[in-house]
Design a protein around this ligand. Structure first.
Ligand SMILES: C[S@@+](CC[C@H](N)C(=O)[O-])C[C@H]1O[C@@H](n2cnc3c(N)ncnc32)[C@H](O)[C@@H]1O
Length: 501
């Protein structure tokens, strides 16, 4: 065993032995401590640890709270010399400090768990330190969002593009036979490799930009939250968030160049930003990025005006309170002006290599709360593109199933038997809602896979005394729209249906 593997497996044994897991760490630092850490403060967690010097507390102090501990205390907890040789800790005058952040993680929905190695947060307890250009982020809210829009069915080959601390690869290892992780930043690959070694998972880590390191390969699944921040060019750009390309060209490249890298039926899942540009609907720009042979679904979760956007990212780079703050701000605004950026969208991209002759694309703004993880619902939207294209005849002759988890809400004056309004609401996925009238609600309620739509419409017309032709004309466009929104699935449909040919 190499020194590296040896030291990492000894560290893993320690982490297991002291139960350095989410539950134990949470118990030690308390919920208030965790919330405080999320606000970049260590005060509450330190207070919760009090005078504790046991092994768990020592690991939390070193690897999460960025505290220096006495050598004797560190020696009782970890293999100090082995980790010092790897550069993970430093020893100075009987004091030990960690050079990296090591944090346990647990995903509630998949029960995936392990540890993630990254750089320490640059700014804590209001000490503002601009990150270095090769800074490697730990698991962030964006990492969690990406993990939730990435489906978890079994696949062959998966690509984690821009792996950073390696968190997405840990998820992929749970359901992909082969995982490749790439990054442009050598320091990120070092951190990711530490993460992989610590979790004892096999990931092929490769250095390079975008798809260069995998130029001749295809994948069943690609997941990425690339450095999507739209920022003025700089020779000191932060690699974790900026690609150095104009405006949102990075997102365009990630989407366009994914076409040849996806196996038939394979899918790409991206979290990122796109520009709303003068005189062009955002949906049209994004649609043009989708390569031949693919279908895509864009969900814009949020739209920020330039001021809010720039302020968020200036603060992220540690420019708050600096004398250069306003100069940087003005430069950024000028850059947005030059690129025609009016506002910036933040959202999700799901793209499937369907074999379509010309890409079919749906783009919508959906800022409402959703039921995470939404990955399966996002993919279902792409499959639904097929069904929503069917002829009226085919839709009428088909048996359909209403999505599980639809509840009916009624609104109306107190005491009245007939509600004034009936709303059907999904409790899963995007949590869509639709208002229905009595007849249409009856049609949807009967979609349990037994009768064809034509039979159901005839039965509802008979029961309600409605003209059959009139009811069918009323039902068809609404039904088609709900099919497109994944409320209804034809019986016998499977995930493979979407593949052309
Ligand atoms: C926002 S971080 C995402 C990290 C990780 N995927 C996660 O979920 O936490 C973006 C990553 O992309 C990497 N990156 C930057 N430019 C890149 C490029 N041109 N090609 C590949 N990766 C790049 C950065 O080094 C960084 O690790």
């Amino acid at each position: 065993m190499s020194t590296y593997t040896d030291a990492m497996s000894r560290l893993r044994e320690v982490l297991i032995a002291v139960d350095y897991r989410v539950d134990s760490v949470m118990e030690a630092i308390t919920t208030a401590g965790q919330s405080d850490l999320e606000r970049n403060h260590t005060v509450a967690a330190c207070r919760a640890l009090g005078q504790r010097t046991d092994r768990l507390a020592t690991l939390i102090r070193l690897f999460i709270l960025q505290q220096v501990v006495p050598s004797s205390q560190a020696l009782a907890a970890i293999d100090v010399s082995g980790l010092a040789e790897l550069g993970l800790i430093t020893v100075q005058q009987d004091q030990v400090a960690a050079m990296v952040d090591i944090r346990p993680f647990l995903d509630e929905s998949t029960q995936a768990s392990g540890w993630v190695v990254s750089d320490h947060a640059a700014s804590v307890d209001t000490r503002v330190v601009p990150p270095t250009t090769d800074h490697v982020l730990g698991m962030s809210p964006a990492s969690v969002s990406l993990s939730q829009i990435t489906p978890r069915h079994e696949v062959g080959a998966a690509l984690d593009l821009g792996t950073g601390c390696g968190i997405q690869s840990l998820y992929l290892c749970e359901h992909a036979r082969q995982v490749v992780a790439t990054d442009l930043n050598p320091r990120a690959l070092t951190m990711a490799s530490l993460t992989f070694a610590l979790n004892d998972v096999r990931v092929d880590a490769r250095l390079g930009s975008l798809y260069e390191p995998v130029a001749d390969e295809v994948f069943d699944l690609i997941t990425t939250n690339p450095p999507f921040v739209i920022a003025p060019p700089s020779d000191k750009r932060l690699t974790y968030r900026e690609a150095g390309l104009r405006s949102d060209d990075l997102m365009k490249a990630v989407i366009q160049q994914a076409g040849p890298r996806l196996a038939p039926g394979g899918s790409l899942h991206v979290l990122g930003n796109w520009a709303h540009v003068d005189g062009q609907p955002w949906e049209n720009r994004l649609t043009q990025w989708v390569p031949a042979g693919c279908d895509a679904y864009f969900v814009e979760r949020e739209t920020l005006d330039p001021y809010e956007y720039i302020e968020i990212w200036l603060a992220d780079a540690g420019w708050m309170g600096s004398p250069q703050y306003l100069t940087k701000y003005r430069q950024w605004l000028e850059y947005f002006g030059a690129c025609g950026v009016r506002s910036v969208g933040l959202g999700w991209v799901t793209m499937v290599k369907s074999g379509s002759d010309s890409p079919r694309v749906v783009a919508e703004q959906w800022g409402h709360s959703v039921s995470q993880p939404v990955a399966d619902d996002l993919q279902a939207h792409i499959r639904a593109l097929d069904y929503a294209d069917w002829s009226d005849h085919r839709i009428l002759d088909q048996t359909w199933v209403l999505a599980p988890g639809v509840v009916q809400e009624t609104l109306g004056p107190v005491g009245r038997q007939d509600p004034a309004t009936v709303v059907l609401r999904r409790v899963d996925g995007l949590r869509r809602a639709v208002q229905v009238d009595y007849e249409f609600g009856g049609v949807l309620g009967a979609c349990d896979g037994e009768l064809t739509l034509a039979q159901i419409v005839a039965a509802v017309a008979h029961l309600s005394g409605t003209d059959l032709g009139g009811l069918a004309d009323m039902v068809m466009p609404k039904f088609r729209q709900l099919v497109a929104q994944t409320w209804l699935t034809p019986t016998g449909a499977s995930a493979e249906d979407h593949l052309a040919g």
